[in-house]
Design a protein around this ligand. Structure first.
Ligand code: GRF
Length: 209
């Protein structure tokens, strides 16, 4: 069973969608840890209600990004995490985490990337007057919403839409597309027959010992 850490900073509706998919056996994985940089975020309440372990931290309590990412990495290894799933984590991932989980960090973004990266993507698309927007799941690299694309789904902007109704439509697609995409990705990796990332790490550590 692949072990996921979900990183979130806000309401956590995507965290909830992933946890629901696990509980309903639509996603063969375990949510092993919530990592949150905002102790007051609603996502923390969701994780508590689901009995999912939480690592909350205040970035300001550390000297720099490398320092808090080092601590996160230690927690991830302790929880034997295989994949990092970003779900509204409002920070760029730094080189410490990228080096610790190469090609095992993914993100969801509410636009058809490369259009409208960054903050308020649904609003950016709405203001631009696009007729089609959507959702992207992609690998994470050092840039802002710039990694290789894994899955996309379009959402048509209807003449009757408001920003609020478009936001709802995009979020509904996110909540279905993210768990489905994670499931396909895990299946694909498992069918390639290699060790899970965590098994790989453990064998390296054993060799070092
Ligand atoms: C989502 O729209 C996601 O695509 C973006 O941040 C938002 C997080 O929402 N990266 P939630 O916290 O999952 O409700």
């Amino acid at each position: 069973m692949m072990r996921l850490a979900v990183f979130a900073s806000g309401s956590g509706s995507n965290f909830q969608a992933i946890a629901d998919a696990v509980m309903e056996n639509r996603l063969d994985a375990e949510v092993s840890l919530l990592v949150c940089d905002k102790p007051d975020a609603y996502v923390v309440k969701r994780a508590e209600a689901l009995d999912i372990p939480i690592f909350c931290f205040r970035p300001k309590a550390y000297d720099n990004k490398a320092a808090f990412e080092k601590e996160i990495t230690a927690r991830l290894h302790e929880a034997e995490v295989d994949w990092i799933v970003l779900a509204g984590y409002m920070r760029l991932i730094g080189e410490t985490l990228l080096a610790a989980f190469p090609e095992h960090i993914i993100n969801i973004h509410p636009s058809l990337l490369p259009a409208f990266p960054g903050l308020d993507a649904i609003e950016q698309a709405w203001e631009a007057g696009v007729k089609v927007t959507g959702v992207t799941v992609h690998y994470v690299d050092e840039g802002m919403d710039s990694g290789k694309i894994i899955a996309q789904e379009a959402v048509a902007v209807k003449p009757t839409d408001s920003l609020a109704s478009l936001t709802k439509a995009v979020q509904a697609v996110e909540h279905r597309l993210y768990p489905d995409t994670i499931q396909s990705l895990l299946k694909e990796r498992l069918s390639q027959g290699g060790p899970t990332y965590n098994e790989h790490q453990t064998s390296i550590n054993q060799r070092i010992e």
